[in-house]
Design a binder for this molecule. Structure first.
Ligand SMILES: NC(=O)c1ccc[n+]([C@@H]2O[C@H](COP(=O)([O-])OP(=O)(O)OC[C@H]3O[C@@H](n4cnc5c(N)ncnc54)[C@H](OP(=O)(O)O)[C@@H]3O)[C@@H](O)[C@H]2O)c1
Length: 339
């Protein structure tokens, strides 16, 4: 008899999610099926649901949102090695980069199909802790390491200052910690209320991004070897362009270019969070899932973002998404699809 399970179906941008029972897909070659116990709502997911942002325009509806989750392996496809049924894992899927796989691989459902290569074992780390770390940390490390060229942890001490703009969010907070652990001096912009935490995470200087002289303060504290805006907003991009323009250079941004760029300044924007899903980044992917992420989780070597566990399972996702979209939560919202 076919296995039935529950999924939160997105019927279209701006439409309400529909939580319904559907038939379970089977894992194919090199894939696993995962019983999903935790999802963390990312700004990207909520912008897709509420405003039809990005890949949502290419979905074949009904679609399933979410690209990350944490749970236990429930079934193995052919040619999967190193994983077994019952393993506790955190994982990321191709739901947003291969839209024809979205219904099988979206993570706002109880059973999710995932490429075995993008699964990390988590030992006895709590599902909600693992899912909290994976997506934003992966975004930060991909931006800094894969796209800006910062080294890996333990690859020899690096020097040079790093500027993280918008360090208050999850991506920014992990970027600060990674850059510090690689060996850099890290200057950040954040809200004044966040100064103590930013110092604890590794910032040497914290500048209020709303200060009228923020660019002058940052210029005095520079120069910077690596620059990253983890808020990605227009004001941050303008500021980084202004810092770089005299000599030229590049910076990474979590959101697309929203400013005119002088010819000597480059902005690096991509879906950093999805880089591991592309074969061209297979070295990065293997390091991430087999080495770095399991080690970070096992050692608890990074301070995770604050989170709120919202009760109600998949049925709670609609309102929780609206609240995240409206900026009502500080920190991440985590939901257990099995509830
Ligand atoms: N390109 C990618 O691959 C990728 C991947 C992940 C996320 N993103 C994007 O990156 C952004 C951040 O994601 P996240 O998960 O870190 O979000 P988050 O954890 O929800 O961060 C929100 C926090 O960022 C700070 N912030 C908000 N607006 C700001 C601004 N204009 N300037 C400076 N700081 C600001 C605020 O903290 P304070 O009030 O304390 O300052 C806010 O509480 C989102 O837009 C998301 O869509 C892109």
């Amino acid at each position: 008899m076919a296995t039935k399970y529950r999924a939160a179906l997105m019927l279209g941008p701006g439409k309400q999610l529909e939580v319904t029972s559907i038939e379970a897909a089977q894992p194919g070659l090199g894939e696993v099926r995962i019983k999903n116990f935790a999802v963390a709502l990312q700004p990207l997911d909520t912008k897709m649901l509420i405003a039809g942002y990005g890949t949502a325009t290419q979905f074949k509806y009904p679609a399933v949102l979410g690209t990350s989750g944490a749970g236990t392996i429930d079934a193995l496809g052919q040619d999967v090695t190193g994983l077994k049924v019952g393993d506790r894992v955190v994982f990321d899927t191709k739901a947003y980069v291969q839209v024809d796989q979205n219904r099988r691989m979206g993570t706002w459902q109880q059973l999710v199909i995932c490429d075995a290569k993008t699964v990390a074992k988590i030992g006895d780390v709590a599902f909600e802790q693992a899912v909290l770390v994976d997506f934003p940390l992966q975004t930060a490390v991909a931006a800094l390491h894969v796209f800006l060229g910062m080294g890996k942890l333990n690859s020899g001490k690096e020097d040079g200052k790093v500027l993280i703009w918008g360090a208050g969010g999850a991506v920014g907070s992990y970027a600060v910690q990674y850059a510090k652990q690689v060996g850099h001096e890290v200057v950040v912009t954040a809200s004044p209320r966040d100064i103590d935490r930013q110092k604890r995470l590794g910032a040497s200087e914290v500048v209020d991004y709303k200060a009228t002289d923020v660019v002058e303060q940052l210029r005095t504290l520079g120069p910077y070897k690596y620059l990253f805006t983890a808020s990605g907003d227009q004001a941050s991009q303008k500021a980084l362009v202004s810092l770089l323009a005299p000599k030229g250079g590049k910076f990474a941004s979590v959101l697309p270019a929203a400013v005119e760029l002088p010819s000597n300044v480059e902005i690096i924007y991509t879906a950093f969070s999805q880089a591991a899903q592309k074969d061209e980044y297979s070295d990065w992917r293997d390091w991430w899932y087999q080495d770095y992420l399991p080690e970070v989780l096992a050692k608890g070597s990074l301070e995770p973002s604050k989170f709120t566990k919202v009760e109600g399972g998949l049925s709670a996702l609609q309102q929780a998404s609206q609240d995240v979209f409206d900026g009502k939560f500080r920190g991440k919202v985590v939901v257990d699809p099995q509830e």
